[in-house]
Design a protein around this ligand. Structure first.
Ligand SMILES: *Cc1c(COP(=O)(O)O)cnc(C)c1O
Length: 454
């Protein structure tokens, strides 16, 4: 993108200059509209999320068979939602946040199989593809594939050797900075596929090692994520038995994430949390390419409408969704275009260009965004360990920038005023969406705990 275009963009949107200077910012989305107006304009709906939820339920007996650790939830991959009142006190004391209401942690960091939010979208997409192939190869009948009764255990047979032998004739490929590769890789290997994960230079060594231990073929690239994706797609397109998981445009990944929202009401009810006009819900989710936070937020809007306020958080060096939304250029602009490196310690979020699909879907729904500097991620990580004895990877700790900054930023104060929320903040609930961490090896965890950046 040429300098003149960038200069004109900055003039029209002064926040872009702050972003280019790597300053932390808060931004409120001027394009958000009431949910009931946004809903009919969109390609996807609650029906699509219901369909994804039913598919995951059909596969539950299969998951339980492949991954015995999912037995306690009967093959449903779901995480806990917990109150972190001590963390709320800790951030109020350390950062003057004055956060009222309750602060909860959604522990997708501890999801079975992949140890990150990618266990939602990634595993769902592999299963959807598996269902398609199983139907094509006569391993399940169309009746079994449309039977949503809890008694349908037909999919368990897809874990048999005879089925695995057939899946072994197919390949699944994905480009990844790490966690998506782990989720797709582990799940695909479990089904029996030949799996190739194309990994960018910034992916952690332990993730590559772990994937290889599952028999996954890992291809490494010197360059960034974009290159890994381009090459992976090219190799997959050249092979008719290969399926490429497209992190940027996949509706299936998105819907797999969105299912999280349908399971939240019962978890909130168990904590005595009401969500309605008088009891707003604020959700803060770390954002990379956008699929995970977009899918979850889209689902939450379908469930709670205007009562839920969704915020994304990105690193100051890689705020791709923010740059796309502020400029209105969506995926036609990258963080490199405005002079940022795209390099960050938040490896799950090191993405230079957002998903155009997600940017479009979120435009009428998203409340706003925060950016956070890398040093803070480690501070928040230590704060959470001290307050709650819970470990999250640095990327996931980006979520805390939301509850910490909400009460301090002028644009957020205006948002609260303009949306008639001021009187309701004492009744509000805030969810920091913890997107990863439980699979980080102990030695890496200890080195994170000792990392102090300035
Ligand atoms: C992938 C990831 C995200 C963001 O998901 P996107 O779909 O890339 O936006 C957030 N946190 C962690 C730990 C991740 O691995």
């Amino acid at each position: 993108m040429d300098e003149q275009t960038i200069a004109a963009l900055k003039e029209g949107h002064p926040i872009l200059e702050d972003i280019a200077q790597q300053r932390e910012v808060a931004w409120i989305n001027p394009d958000r509209i009431p949910f009931e107006q946004a809903r009919p304009l969109q390609e996807l709906s609650m029906e699509d999320i219901d369909d994804a939820e039913n598919r995951l339920a059909r596969f539950a007996p299969f998951i339980q068979k492949c991954f015995p650790e999912t037995a306690s939830r009967k093959g449903i991959i779901e995480s806990d939602l917990v109150d972190i009142a001590c963390m709320r006190e800790s951030i109020n004391a350390a950062y003057d946040s004055a956060l009222a209401g309750r602060l909860l942690l959604k522990k997708d960091s501890h999801l079975a199989i992949a140890g990150s939010v990618k266990a939602r979208g990634g595993i769902y997409e592999v299963l959807k593809h598996t269902e398609d192939l199983a139907l094509e190869n006569g391993l399940i009948s169309p009746e079994e594939a449309s039977d949503n009764s809890p008694g349908n255990t037909a999919y368990a047979k897809l874990a048999d050797d005879s089925a695995r032998e057939i899946f072994g004739r197919y390949t699944v490929q994905v480009g990844s900075t790490g966690n998506l590769g782990m989720s797709i890789g582990i799940m695909s290997a479990a089904v029996g596929y030949h799996v190739i994960v194309h990994m960018s230079a910034d992916a952690r060594q332990w993730k590559k090692d772990r994937l290889r231990s599952f028999g996954v073929e890992v291809v490494e690239y010197e360059s960034d994520y974009g290159e890994a994706v381009r090459n992976g797609r090219m190799r997959s397109d050249a092979d008719p038995t290969s399926y490429f998981v497209d992190d940027e445009n996949s509706r299936d990944l998105f819907l797999g994430y969105a299912v999280a929202a349908k399971r939240l009401p019962s978890q909130l009810a168990a904590l005595d949390v009401a969500v309605d006009e008088e009891h707003p819900l604020f959700v803060y989710i770390p954002c990379g390419v956008g699929g995970a936070p977009g899918g979850i937020s889209f689902g939450l809007k379908q469930v709670y409408g205007d009562a839920v306020h969704c915020f994304f958080v990105e690193p100051t060096q890689a705020p791709c969704m923010l740059v796309g939304m502020v400029s209105g250029l969506n995926s036609a602009i990258s963080v490199q275009d405005i002079g940022l490196t795209g390099l960050t310690h938040a490896d799950g979020l090191a993405v230079g260009r957002p998903s155009g699909f997600v940017g479009g879907v979120m435009k009428p729904h998203l409340s706003g965004e925060f950016t956070v500097s890398d040093p803070k991620l480690y501070d928040y990580m230590r704060d959470l360990i001290a307050a709650e004895d819970v470990f999250l990877e640095p990327s996931a700790c980006a979520a805390f920038q939301g509850p910490i900054r909400l009460g301090l930023e002028d644009v957020c104060k205006d948002y609260i005023e303009q949306n008639d929320l001021a009187k309701k903040m004492a009744n509000a609930t805030h969810i920091a969406w913890a997107t990863g961490g439980s699979l980080v090896p102990d030695d890496i965890r200890r080195s994170y705990e000792q990392t102090h950046l300035d």
